[in-house]
Design a protein around this ligand. Sequence first.
Ligand code: SF4
Length: 381
Amino acid sequence: MKKDFFPTQLDFGPFQIYLARHFGFCYGVENAIEIAFRTIEENPGKRIFLLSEMIHNPQVNADLQSHGVQFLQDNHGKTLIAFEELKAEDIVLIPAFGTTLEIEKKLNALGIQTEKFNTTCPFVEKVWNRSEAIAKENYTVVIHGKPTHEETRATFSHAAFNAPSVVVKDMSEAIDLSRFILGERSPELFYEEFKEQYSKDFDPKKDLQRIGVVNQTTMLASDTQAIADFLKQTMIKKFGDGNVGEHFADTRDTLCYATNDNQTAVIEMLNIDADLAIVVGGYNSSNTSHLVELCEEKLPTYFINNEENIISNKEIRNYDLHSKQERLTTNFLPGKFPLKILLTSGASCPDALVEGVIRKLESFYPVTKTHRQILKEFGEK
Ligand code: SF4
């Protein structure tokens, strides 16, 4: 049931898994992977490149590489293979997050077709359309996103083509921006504080009179809402309540359905009085890290790539979002019966990895039911 966000309980006896009602692959990722493998199949002998990671999942990217696909850039935009080495007959796949107009232009100038091999997710394009609509009404586009994330760079490039644009990473940057809006800070300081986050010729005196907010599709819904509300209040403070629409475009958030559903399912799952949470996904995946943030607020949370990170029933290698490093945690499974574990995964994580985690946990306990038996109860043949 689409609107039922209650987690699914898998009862193994000594431990119970509460599986988020919505988790894992989204439409955009499935679509991108399908196009990528179809392209490989239909173009034997051709050189196939990916602009950068197809999606933020190491297994999927390794799988593509094992089929001969090469990456042009790493996911920070660093060149791995120079564009000059490309030939017109090469195929370059645009990833699900889309790309900048500048890169598209560069590829087209080399004679490479970008339309046919473009896997940009329609939900990302929806954000570009939304920002274009705001731009047409002469609003400056404020993008809530991670400034170096491929999707935000692509959205920024499309927005900046149509209107002055600026990226804000979080509430603290939104507060900074509000000080420039209210004239509390000298406009000259804007260029230092928002370095590499504003469009060419941005003029903080002129371009912060009318604004609208869009976001990277995988941000935390509550953060985007709080930032939009805060900036709206800033406009009311500056221009008064009467004509706020003149200064603040009322855009609903531009999170995609998958981000929304996965986050709502985690929020619902957190109502369970559980002992720990495991979140599976790529460490550089934005939507996955937001699921981790939600869980971390409530209970011990382990962010892992796959089941291999679960070394034994005593040790788990997991990613610390704050230090941005892997760490080893011991005694992560409390000796409590039944142990309650929350489990979910990000939009770029194949379901097989979640199943691998379940199987690994199962191997540690004298279960009363195997995962096969449990799956049968859910109707799997
Ligand atoms: S997370 Fe959303 S926007 Fe991103 S690829 Fe998936 S469906 Fe598209």
